[in-house]
Design a protein around this ligand. Structure first.
Ligand SMILES: Cc1cc2nc3c(=O)[nH]c(=O)nc-3n(C[C@H](O)[C@H](O)[C@H](O)COP(=O)(O)O)c2cc1C
Length: 408
């Protein structure tokens, strides 16, 4: 018998229903005591009440834990005047699942760099003179996300101006920093060459009560072109709240050309990655509808279907066992798997052989021709091409077998 059934049976014995408990006990606890005193000693009553309280607390705590676990959403907030921070955000969001919000100044005619950066200097001096006065901060456009309660992680991406945080981002944080008090917050700063300690100090002043996730990442003119790998190395140092936010990669090979796919974090991709850890998977896909190539995977993955407006580059699971790779758009109930990195729509059409049929597509976890995957393959003796495609009856050429190159 469960604990609640047990309690119910005791209450029934003494003539109290659970409804009774809910309504009457709160209004008048002596009512209950008098009923109980008739049948059991006060000691027992206290014991039961304590147990009941413990069960309620445990249930409540479990509910809270579940909310925290399920949440873990990340928001990337950025400002960019000359485009560097925007590029940083593009590299960042290719690697993590996040919503993105760009901050815009209300006055878009300002040339912050004019007259030896005079306007930028003026704006920063005004903030420095009166940092607690809202009037010191330059006006910004209304932001698209005003309620941050759905986010647990916030990543701020900002330019450095005169060794401080760009004034426009300071306005945003002055207005919304207090909403970040219970959040995990990280900072990426882009400068030409100046060190970022002043920007970190501004961030701490404007967002005083958050939990900072690791050290700020500094990207400057000399390493901006390496931003993807800088971010890749930095992300694991962060202590993201809630569920795992970073994503992993898969590779798609068609006709000898390999493209990386950034995977989203869900049960389908976890299962797919487990499958690909054993060996690359080669499927035959066909063009359809003028927007995708698709076909059977040959196995099923867990679904979490939702209405998705698929975009060029999206890699999607359809009906649990079909993979669709998009070069156009289509709205349907799908499970998202990931997105092909960095190809334009026309490059995607070429890569995916849009319009063609019987396209051989290999999915793998290695962009180095699948050799590492073959090594871990339990089906020893199977031949693979250098592109990781399984070959049933190999003819002449170089193949991978049991993790070693062989020439037939
Ligand atoms: C008003 C202003 C002041 C700047 N001051 C500095 C500075 O003191 N040191 C530095 O290394 N870069 C400085 N920069 C350059 C920016 O920090 C750098 O170009 C950054 O990458 C710009 O990011 P964005 O392209 O996203 O706007 C300044 C830029 C502006 C517009």
């Amino acid at each position: 018998m469960g604990f609640f059934s047990y309690l119910r049976s005791i209450f029934r014995k003494i003539g109290i229903s659970f409804q009774d408990l809910g309504s009457r006990y709160i209004e008048n606890s002596t009512y209950l005591c008098s009923k109980f005193q008739n049948v059991m000693k006060m000691k027992n009553f206290t014991l039961i009440l304590m147990s009941l309280l413990m069960v309620c607390c445990t249930k409540d705590d479990e509910a809270k834990a579940a909310t925290v676990q399920e949440a873990g959403k990340t928001l990337v907030v950025y400002y960019s005047y000359t485009g560097n921070c925007q590029q940083i955000v593009e590299s960042l969001t290719a690697q993590i699942q996040a919503d993105v919000m760009r901050i815009e100044p209300a006055d878009k005619t300002q040339k912050y760099e004019a007259n030896n950066y005079a306007i930028g200097t003026q704006l920063l001096n005004a903030i420095k003179a009166n940092p607690n006065d809202a009037a010191s901060y330059p006006a910004i456009d209304p932001v698209s996300i005003t309620d941050l309660s759905q986010y647990q992680n916030i990543i701020i991406v900002t330019p450095l101006w005169w060794s401080q945080m760009a004034a426009i981002m300071q306005t945003y944080l002055f207005n919304y920093g207090s909403q970040m008090a219970d959040k995990h917050v990280a900072l990426i700063v882009s400068s030409h060459s100046s060190g970022i300690s002043g920007v970190v100090a501004d961030a701490k002043r404007l967002v005083p009560d958050c939990t900072w996730m690791g050290d700020a990442l500094w990207i400057n003119a000399s390493n901006h072109s390496n931003r993807t790998s800088l971010i890749q190395d930095w992300l694991p140092t962060l202590n993201f709240a809630g569920k795992q936010t970073t994503m992993s990669k898969m590779y798609i090979t068609i006709d000898g050309q390999t493209q990386a796919v950034t995977l989203v974090d869900n049960q389908a991709t976890k299962t797919l990655v487990e499958k690909l850890q054993q060996a690359p998977v080669t499927v035959t896909l066909n063009s359809s509808g003028g927007f995708e190539i698709w076909g059977a995977l040959g196995f099923s993955l867990p679904t979490s279907n939702e209405q998705i407006n698929a975009q060029p580059g999206d890699v999607i699971l359809y009906n649990g066992s079909n993979i669709c790779i998009f070069y156009g758009t289509n709205s349907w109930s799908y499970t998202r798997l990931g997105k092909i990195d960095g190809l334009s729509e026309s490059e995607l059409r070429t890569f995916l052989k849009a319009g063609e049929s019987n396209i051989t597509v290999t999915l793998s976890l290695s962009n180095t021709t699948g050799i590492s995957n073959v090594r871990s393959n339990s089906e020893r003796g199977v031949f693979y091409t250098l592109n990781g495609q399984r070959v049933e009856n190999p003819n002449k050429g170089i193949f991978i077998r049991n993790g070693k190159k062989v020439i037939l």
